[in-house]
Design a binder for this molecule. Sequence first.
Ligand SMILES: C=CC1=C(C)c2cc3[nH]c(cc4nc(cc5[nH]c(cc1n2)c(C)c5CCC(=O)O)C(CCC(=O)O)=C4C)c(C)c3C=C
Ligand SMILES: [Fe+2]
Ligand SMILES: [Fe+2]
Length: 331
Amino acid sequence: MTTTNYNRHGVLLVNLGTPEAPTAAGVRAFLKEFLSDPRVVDLNPLLWKPILYGIILNVRPAKVAKAYQSIWTEQGSPLMNVSKLQHQALTSKLKELTGEDIPVELGMTYGTPSLNDGVKRLEAQGVDKIVVLPLYPQYSCSTVAPVSDGLAKAMLSRRNVPELRMIKEYHADEHYIACLAESVNKHWAEHGQADKLVLSFHGVPQRYVDEGDPYQEQCLATGQALADKLELSPEQWQLCFQSRFGKEPWLQPYTDETVSAMPEQGIKSIDIICPAFSADCLETLEEIAEEVRDEFMEAGGESYRYIPCLNDDDGHIEMMAKLVLGQLKGF
Ligand SMILES: C=CC1=C(C)c2cc3[nH]c(cc4nc(cc5[nH]c(cc1n2)c(C)c5CCC(=O)O)C(CCC(=O)O)=C4C)c(C)c3C=C
Ligand SMILES: [Fe+2]
Ligand SMILES: [Fe+2]
């Protein structure tokens, strides 16, 4: 137990955000804010706005609302449900590790509670030194940079700004890799080991990486570190990228094509995990656990098992606490 006094310190736990309701209107409002961010879609606004308002926001919400309906729970969107559990668990874990009540608040880059809502709640508890933890293990200009943009924007309305420290990424953090390995090992102990372990990361346009986004490099490093920890040979695992959006090339290989081609190559059973997601959400529960599964089975696959995200697993929460405590030193 430390003796440091953390009475001015707090933690802002950040994730992407999610629609308020699994309806076309709810999804439209969310997509409008998300897809208007030039960090996410960086096309010239003169070109992009007519496509966004004329086509995407008219066609996509109804289709995507159906997908959300298939994963929605009584408590709401899985991403929000898990975020709330992570928030509670991290608060308790920090108390357990330091003996102090360190305020933790949630802030979403898009939707509610906003980043500004989270900062205001921390300020109301006397916090003026904030450790910001975006729950994206791998940095991307499309996920983490919008958090620093959103916070910078939130600071504009303040006379007295808090001090901020952001954990930019943790793609090679030993506790993160250990948690992933533990969740795979637990899954294998329960269900047995499939022919191949597939690591499916959210994709980004290839161009973002060509222009300096280190995301791909960090995904590859996470994948290799996990394979090393699990002592897998190269033919026992496959890394790929999911959730392609729009017409330009995204990071490859694409998850859907890669997985659908496997049965023909003699790979009839796979275990699939999504290490870029810290909480189960539409992209994991619907796209990976449902859509890609159907494609694999239709292509002749026999067994497809999705390994859930780390969510509020105790080891995952302890990893978050350790990242935060590392930043609190000397802050
Ligand atoms: C349009 C470009 C997109 C980029 C670039 C992108 C990067 C990116 N996203 C995540 C994490 C999540 N994305 C989620 C949903 C989602 N993502 C996009 C588009 C891009 N993502 C869209 C349009 C959507 C909404 C659903 C849809 O219309 O298909 C989610 C899930 C949110 C939920 O409510 O459950 C997450 C999480 C990462 C990590 C990333 C880059 C590394
Ligand atoms: Fe996304
Ligand atoms: Fe998707």
